[in-house]
Design a protein around this ligand. Structure first.
Ligand SMILES: *[C@@H]1O[C@H](CO)[C@@H](O)[C@H](O)[C@H]1NC(C)=O
Ligand SMILES: *[C@@H]1O[C@H](CO)[C@@H](O)[C@H](O)[C@H]1NC(C)=O
Length: 383
């Protein structure tokens, strides 16, 4: 008797709880907790959906072969983590700000470009400071245009590809940048100099976030940097030094510096939380997801993580999408099964790897605070 009452009581609370939660979700007007209407992304080739390709030379096939069926501005056979973020938030894939063909900015824009670093000099003219000033210009000009068009007697169709001005402060601002600051640093200076430069690099990222906050940005989703020393390109150039590789075949000093960068990034973000009281920050440990993937490559059915699908650094160096015959050997033939490779081209991850990583980071299990991306506005979810 008493037992069944208890059961009823517990069950009743559960049903009531679910109903309350459902009501809370419904009141947002959608099925997603925060209902982010847009994404504004800043970064490098890890999240470039067409910027550098539009600005300079189009990335050639077989980039894009697995998912888009043609080159799609991404250094990948298919989708990037930022594409899985868009899918998860039920938003369209982001158009690159620098792309002038067929773009739609109704639900955000992508300022990330291949080669970008936080600081100059680096590999690309579009460092983070430039990306932020592009965003500020984008916001000002789309707002003016939107307001002007919405006054027209017959509202022109072009308005449908513009962001709603009011949505800039409700959007999710995502970052994946810093890898090229470290890579460029290692290329032109010593390990100690790279380490010494980290506070300044992180300081510039912090300034960029302050500028966005001044523009009304409130929700920040910030990826830390991946294990630089596990990129096949770096392994090939650094493996000759004895004792340089760890048990998973990654270059130890490069990863140690990447981890130090991440430690300081996390620290800076906790300080930003107190400096910018109306903002919500989510720090995302992409490093751990990528490293876990590489260290369990064999169990998961991938080929040796040092192998990559497209292009060649062995014997003869050739970029993905090009081919050469040297002394009767063909270099640059892409592999037949990109989904069995973690690395697409020696520097960038394959779609299969990006999907695996996205599966691990988007549910919040590697985030601080540990909230799924749909809750990155940190509204209370369950009680
Ligand atoms: C091609 O052959 C030449 C002459 O034997 C040699 O010097 C060169 O290193 C070879 N190139 C490659 C990429 O194997
Ligand atoms: C997140 O997803 C991963 C991979 O599917 C899973 O192992 C993990 O338990 C999930 N974590 C949470 C908090 O849901």
């Amino acid at each position: 008797m008493e037992e069944s009452w208890k059961l009823f009581y517990t069950f009743g609370i559960l049903v009531f709880g679910l109903a309350a939660q459902w009501a809370a979700v419904k009141s947002d007007g959608g099925s997603l907790s925060c209902g982010f209407p847009a994404i504004y992304n800043f970064g490098d080739s890890n999240s470039d959906t067409g910027g550098i390709s539009a600005a300079f030379t189009e990335l050639p096939p077989p980039n894009g072969e697995t998912f888009f069926g043609h080159p799609a501005g991404r250094a990948c056979d298919g989708r990037l983590i930022i594409d899985f973020i868009a899918e998860n938030l039920q938003l369209p894939y982001l158009s690159a700000y620098l792309d002038s063909v067929g773009t739609n900015f109704r639900h955000g824009a992508n300022f990330a470009t291949g080669g970008s670093s936080i600081r100059s000099p680096g590999y690309s003219p579009f460092n983070l400071g430039v990306q932020i000033s592009q965003f500020i210009q984008f916001k000002a000009r789309t707002t003016a245009l939107y307001n002007q068009l919405s006054l027209s007697r017959r509202i022109p169709l072009t308005i449908s590809s513009l962001p709603r001005p009011a949505e800039f402060s409700q959007a999710l601002y995502t970052f994946d940048i810093g890898q090229n600051d470290l890579a460029h640093g290692f290329q032109v200076t010593t390990e100690n100099q790279v380490r010494a430069s980290i506070p300044n690099i992180i300081g510039q990222l912090s300034q960029a976030i302050h500028l966005l906050y001044k523009e009304g940005a409130r929700f920040f989703w910030i990826h830390n940097t991946g294990p630089l020393g596990c990129l096949p390109y770096n392994v090939l150039y650094d493996k000759s030094k004895p004792g340089n590789l760890d048990k998973n075949g990654c270059v130890k000093p490069l990863n140690a510096v990447a981890m130090e960068f991440n430690r300081q990034l996390k620290d800076k973000i906790s300080r930003l939380k107190t400096q910018l009281p109306f903002a919500k920050f989510t720090y995302v440990d992409v490093y751990s997801a990528k490293y876990a993937l590489i260290s369990s490559a064999k169990t998961l059915g991938y080929v040796d993580p040092v192998n990559f699908c497209c292009g060649s650094f062995y014997g003869y160096q050739i970029n993905c999408g090009k081919k050469a015959i040297v002394n009767g050997t063909v270099y640059g033939n892409p592999c037949n099964h990109p989904s069995r490779h973690i690395s697409w081209d020696g520097i960038h991850y394959s779609q299969a790897a990006n999907m695996w990583v996205a599966d691990r980071i988007l549910n919040g299990s590697l985030s601080d605070p540990p909230v799924p991306i749909q809750d990155a506005c940190h509204h209370q979810r369950n009680m």
